[in-house]
Every structure is written in structure tokens, then in C-alpha cells.
Write a protein that binds this ligand. Structure first.
Ligand code: ZN
Length: 440
């Protein structure tokens, strides 16, 4: 197949932007650039991308697919109250039907908006339902059930014994890790330090050291930081680090409260950080030190977090906000559109150790790519295509989505799924979930 005559934004080390074609064979990029067409057979399918940008599939390294059904149900609250009064009761009320509806709603929104890879954190139960939906939607997922064996305000239905939490996570990992031709990878997910015992974290660290990922919230909100200091006499990143939760396979979501010393220590460990600007603004948590983390050499990805605190799963909005907030903090010259786009492409791939496979458009890499229409009022005129993508484009401009050489979206239509049915079921299940949680 040839994707032809687009503005290719490669997100490679040279930051190549060039008009040309991409030749795809067996799910990988065979040739790319103005002369690429010569490498293709005469009879191949040609997809016209003229007037469009071609970019890598977007990567969001912190989302909660199980929370999408809770969109609009957690308004105007700070983090700990939001968890105790809304998210935990709603997660506790989830059953297979509501999780299925939440997953389909999430994945439809994510894939249509151009997200082809996620790092997801589930609830304590029902994670099979989420991974099963990921398999059907063709998205690449790193994910795992959330782990919670202690904590104030945790409903009985979510609180697990340390042993059961580990056993259930291990069983999911054994069943799913590597499924769908390696497109599903298990990531252990202790929720945050206030809901996890030292033993739970340390045992999870052992699994990380054996090759899994450890995905945990850290340094998110000021009020949480105070509660952590009261409980442990130190900050969560320092305690987690002492317990072994650090290093290249450890992914910290948020990092808003990181001090300069902690930024240096995270960098030295190789620990990954995920910036979630919308969620941090909406819960009043603050602005993460993105510039400092990048200067220190930390791999920083971007994630929409959950629809219960965002209220959407739109990578475009997160990229744009990351760029705007970085400029607010450090001056307009400091953070380019390309650096913002890289958070959701090659840097997201680095967070997940997949930078050899995805995250940029280069020969030999997997064909995860998007065709972005540039033909709207809001995008006209295009002076620099990367600026147009980050500061003037959105999910509504994603025309086609390909993952591993297979189309998931053509001409704004999700292939193989009924959009109206997904939304109708989501409305029904959201109503049921609120009632079950006693919030209706
Ligand atoms: Zn989160």
C-alpha cells in the first residue's frame, strides 16, 4: 500500500517534515519520502493524502478506560475528595456490563481521535473486560487492574488483601501479556501510595524487575502530598523509590509536586513520567515541571488521565495544553510545537520502551500512522505544518487511522463498530452506574 502525497511529519531525530509517500508492506514502513513510490509494485493500493499531514499514531501513557462512563460525574472537587466521594464509589459499582460500555466508549473516542497506543490503569475488578475490548478495537495497550490493599475511604468492594491483589494481577498477566501478536502487554498498577502497603509495592517491584511495567500515580496534588508526609514523613516519590519503585520500567503519572532534587533523582534512575495537564488543571493540582524534567533527560509522555477529571480522552488537547503551559512557565521561545507533538509520539514510545518499533515514521518501523486533514477554516493558512497540527488541529481533523498496517478508521468512520450503538449503551450503563453507586 502507498499513502501518497502528504506532508509527512516523521517525528524522527532529524525532525523531518517532507512532502511525499509512505510505502507499507506487512504492517511495516518499507520506504518513505519523495522517492518512496519507486519501492512499491505498480499494482498496490494507493491512498491519497494530498492536502493532509501524515503523522505517527498518537501514544497516551496514562489513561483510565474504566472511568470514561463517569464523564461529568466528578465535577469541582480536589483530588482526595474526588476519589473518596465519586471515583471510588463509582468504580466499586462497576460490573461487566458497565465496564464493557466504558471500554467501548473510551476506545471509540481514543481511536477516532488518533490514539493508537495507551498505558491504562483499570479498577480492582473486571480488567478482562477492558482488555477484551482493546483486542477487538485493535489498539495497542499496556495496562493492568488497579491494586489497593489499604487506604482511608476505600469502599469495601475495592479493598483487596495484598495476596489477592497480587494473585489476580499475576493471573491477568499470565493470560494477557503478549496477546494479540504482542499488542497487549500487562502493566502492574498499584494506584498510589495512600492505597498500597509497603509489601504490595515491594512485591510489584519484583515483578517489574522480572520484566513487567509498574504504573503508579505520584506527586499529583498538594493536599495528597501533605497526607503522604503525615503518613510516611516523606514524599511519595522518595518512599516509592526506597521501596524499589523506580527505574526505566517504572512509570509515574503526574509528577506535579516534584522538587528540583526529585527531578534530578528521577532522571538519574531513568524513571518515566507522564504529564496530564488537563486533569492537573481541573482538579486544581498544579502544573508539572515539564521543562525541568525534559532538561534533566527524563522520558516524559502525555496522557488524558480519566474522563472523570478531564473530561475527555483527547491527545490533541493535552499536547496543546502542554505546549501552552510550558510557554507560560518558561517563556514562548522555550517549547516548540515539535516538542509538544513528540510527547505523544516518540517520547511516549520511549516511556514504553517501544521507540525502536513505533513513535516515528521511519523505514522498518511498524505502520502506526494517521492522516490528518488540513482543509478547515481553523487550519487555514498552513505556514508551518507542525504548528498547525499542535495549535490549530484536533481530534475532529483525524481522517484515517492505521495501526500495524491495518486501518482502524477510514474517512472519520470507525471500522467494524456501530458508533450509535456504543453511545446508546454508554448512556444506559452510565445511568445504571450512578444509581448503583448511590449518586443518582
Ligand atoms: Zn490517573
Amino acid at each position: 500500500m502507498i499513502v501518497s502525497d502528504g506532508h509527512i511529519v516523521a517525528c524522527d531525530p532529524q525532525e523531518t517534515v517532507v512532502r511525499g509517500d509512505i510505502v507499507i508492506r506487512n504492517g511495516r514502513i518499507l520506504a518513505i519520502g519523495p522517492d518512496a513510490r519507486r519501492r512499491a509494485h505498480a499494482s498496490v493500493e494507493i491512498v491519497d493524502a494530498s492536502g493532509c499531514a501524515i503523522i505517527p499514531g498518537l501514544i497516551q501513557t496514562h489513561v483510565h478506560v474504566c472511568q470514561t462512563l463517569m464523564r461529568g460525574m466528578g465535577e469541582d472537587l480536589p483530588l482526595l475528595t474526588w476519589l473518596q466521594k465519586r471515583v471510588w464509589p463509582l468504580e466499586a459499582a462497576h460490573d461487566e456490563r458497565s465496564l464493557h460500555a466504558s471500554a467501548e466508549l473510551s476506545l471509540a473516542e481514543l481511536v477516532l481521535g488518533g490514539t493508537t497506543t495507551i498505558l491504562d490503569m483499570g479498577s480492582t475488578h473486571g480488567y478482562d473486560v477492558i482488555l477484551d475490548a482493546c483486542l477487538r478495537f485493535g489498539i495497542r495497550v499496556f495496562g493492568g487492574k488497579v491494586m489497593m490493599d489499604r487506604g482511608r475511604g476505600v469502599p469495601g468492594a475495592l479493598r483487596e488483601s495484598t495476596k489477592a491483589s497480587l494473585a489476580q494481577s499475576d493471573a491477568l498477566c499470565a493470560h494477557w501479556d503478549g496477546a494479540n501478536h504482542g499488542r497487549i502487554r500487562y502493566a502492574y498498577a498499584p494506584r498510589f501510595i495512600l492505597s498500597c502497603s509497603e509489601r504490595l509495592i515491594r512485591e510489584t517491584v519484583e515483578r517489574m524487575q522480572a520484566g513487567s511495567f509498574l504504573h503508579v500515580h505520584a506527586a499529583e496534588h498538594g493536599e495528597e502530598k501533605k497526607a503522604v508526609r503525615r503518613a510516611f514523613g516523606a514524599d511519595d516519590v522518595d518512599v516509592l523509590s526506597r521501596w524499589g519503585a523506580k527505574g526505566p520500567r517504572c512509570v509515574l503519572a503526574h509528577g506535579v509536586q516534584l522538587t528540583a532534587r526529585q527531578v534530578r533523582s528521577v532522571a538519574a534512575q531513568g524513571t518515566r513520567v507522564v504529564h496530564c495537564p488537563s486533569a492537573n488543571l481541573k482538579l486544581g493540582s498544579g502544573i508539572a515541571p515539564l521543562d525541568e524534567l525534559m532538561q534533566a533527560g527524563v522520558a516524559v509522555g502525555i496522557g488524558a488521565d480519566g474522563a472523570a477529571c478531564n473530561n475527555n480522552l483527547d491527545a490533541w488537547m493535552e499536547m496543546r495544553l502542554a505546549g501552552l503551559l510550558a510557554k507560560l512557565r518558561k517563556g514562548p521561545a522555550r517549547f516548540s510545537a515539535q516538542q509538544a507533538l513528540n510527547r505523544c509520539t516518540i517520547e511516549g514510545a520511549r516511556v514504553l520502551h517501544l521507540e525502536q518499533e513505533i513513535g516515528s515514521l521511519e523505514v522498518g518501523k511498524r505502520a502506526d500512522l494517521l492522516i490528518i486533514s488540513l482543509n478547515s477554516f481553523a487550519q487555514t493558512p498552513v505556514v508551518n505544518v507542525v504548528d498547525t497540527l499542535v495549535f490549530a488541529s484536533g481530534a475532529q481533523h483525524v481522517r484515517d487511522v492505521m495501526a500495524d498496517g491495518k486501518w482502524l478508521v477510514r474517512n472519520r468512520e470507525l471500522l467494524g463498530h456501530d458508533a450509535d450503538k456504543i453511545m446508546a449503551e454508554a448512556r444506559n450503563q452510565a445511568k445504571r452506574l450512578r444509581q448503583k453507586a448511590g449518586l443518582a
